[in-house]
Structures are given as C-alpha cells and as structure tokens.
Design a protein around this ligand. Structure first.
Ligand SMILES: C[S@@+](CC[C@H](N)C(=O)[O-])C[C@H]1O[C@@H](n2cnc3c(N)ncnc32)[C@H](O)[C@@H]1O
Length: 247
C-alpha cells in the first residue's frame, strides 16, 4: 500500500464546481495539507474548509497547516521562484513523513485545476525525492471556464488558438490573437488598443462576483476603478479576463 496523496482541483470559487470525483477523493482523505498564506488570503483557506465541511460524509479528517517560506524578491524571477519551491518542498516532505502513517492518505486542495498556474504538482515532484508516496490528480473547473461560462461566450474563435498568459507577459509582448490573462495585479489590458474586446471577471463563482464586458476604451477605466475598490474592501482580489483584438 504505502502513503498516497490526492491532488484535488476544487474549482475556482463556487463549491458547486466540486466534481463527483473530487468528492470521492475528499472522502478518502485523512489529512489535508494546507498552506498558511497569512491573513489576506484567509478567505481562501476558509473556502477550502467549507468545501471539506460540505462534502465529507464522516468528518474524521485533520487539517495540517504548512508554514509558507518567504519568497525572495531578487532580480531573477525564475531563480526566486525555484528557491521558494525548494524551500516549500522541504517543509512538505517533513510534514508528509511525520503526519501521514505508513498507509495514510493525504490531500492537497488546488484552487481551480492543479495544472493551471499552480505549483502543487511541481513541488510534489521535488518532495518525491525525499519521501515515498503514490499520487493521483483530480481535475477541477478553472477560472478560465468560470469566466467564459459566466459571460456565456466560447473561449476560442472558430479554429483559432487562445493564449493563456499573465499580466506581466501581456505588458512585455502585447496582444496577438485571443488571450486569457491571469495573475495580473496591474490592469495590464490598459496598454491594449482601445477597440480591443474584453470580458472581465473577479471573484468568479462567489457571492462577490463582478463581471464587465465591452471594449478596453469603453469599460477599461470602470474595470480599473471597480478592481481597486473591491481589492481595498476585501484585502485581496482574483480576476481573470479574455481579450480579443478588434475584428
Ligand atoms: C495562482 S492562479 C490559480 C489558477 C487556478 N489553478 C485555476 O485553475 O483557475 C490564480 C489566478 O487565477 C485567477 N483566478 C482564480 N480564481 C479566480 C476567481 N474565482 N475569479 C477570477 N479569477 C480567478 C486569477 O487570475 C488569479 O490571479
């Protein structure tokens, strides 16, 4: 048998996004490992606990909070991230070794889907060098799918590709074709031509959800203002948007 870890995609906001497969994995888990990301993100930790409370039929499980090592903010972004992942891997390896019995089942809950801008699988890869365990991955509804569903739009144009990128890369490379932008703290769409179409969503799938659609010229300033206001009120924000160049 040996130790087993589920990496469970829990969807990007609405507990109703949790799949039947995820519910089975939640019910199979004895120990949930959760990263402690500090006060600002405590709403997100609370949502994870809500998912467990709602879907687990016999609550014999435990939560183990993993302290999140500090991320260095040096000039080399990739090097900073890779040192940070290595530090996390050490913390996770020791928690898995001490908190899970020889045949124990643990889980990491990944926001949305674990394949998309999520480091859980990469870190567990490094952890596997230190502790032995088997692993499976349960897919979840991503913020991209939540965004297109709430705006009731297709993601791609007929036969066309879509790029999924970050605000930083949008600023560096500009827009060529349709692109979904995530992890953007700076409203980077503002640098796009004013006739660029935008479908924006924040706190998707939650009761605080915000949706705006139009062109960058028409709705860009409103999105920037809404975003700043919501961020100040909640202390954090997660937003995603789809851009398409004008026809
Ligand atoms: C670290 S990534 C995680 C993405 C996640 N794994 C997924 O499948 O959607 C976090 C980014 O996802 C987007 N995001 C996640 N949840 C969201 C939500 N409920 N509403 C809007 N954007 C969201 C935001 O762009 C945020 O900066």
């Amino acid at each position: 048998m040996g130790r087993h870890i589920h990496v469970i995609g829990i969807g990007a906001g609405d507990p109703d996004y949790v799949t039947v497969q995820a519910i089975e994995a939640l019910n199979d888990t004895q120990v949930f490992f959760a990263m402690d990301k500090g006060e600002a993100k405590s709403d997100l930790v609370a949502l994870r606990r809500e998912v467990c409370a709602r879907f687990i039929r016999e609550p014999g499980y435990r939560f183990v909070e993993l302290p999140d090592p500090k991320r260095s903010t040096g000039p080399d972004y990739r090097e900073g991230v890779s040192d940070w992942h290595a530090a996390r891997a050490r913390v996770w390896a020791s928690a898995i070794a001490t908190e899970l019995g020889a045949d124990g089942v643990g889980a990491f809950l990944a926001w949305g889907d674990p394949s998309l801008y999520d480091s859980t699988l990469r870190i567990l890869d490094a952890v596997a060098a230190e502790v032995e365990f088997t692993l499976d991955v349960i897919p979840g509804i991503t913020a991209v799918q939540a965004l297109t569903a709430r705006h009731r739009i297709p993601l791609n144009e007929v036969g066309e590709p879509v790029l999924i990128t970050t605000g930083r890369r949008l600023r560096e490379h500009g827009l060529a074709g349709s692109a979904v932008v995530m992890l953007d703290g700076d409203c980077s769409f503002q640098a796009c031509p004013p006739d660029t179409k935008i479908w924006w969503g924040a706190y998707l799938g939650t009761t605080d959800e915000l949706l705006v659609a139009g062109t960058v010229g028409e709705v860009g300033p409103r999105i920037a203002a809404l975003r700043a206001d919501a961020r100040a009120r909640h202390g954090w924000i997660m937003d995603t948007y789809l851009l398409r160049p004008a026809d």
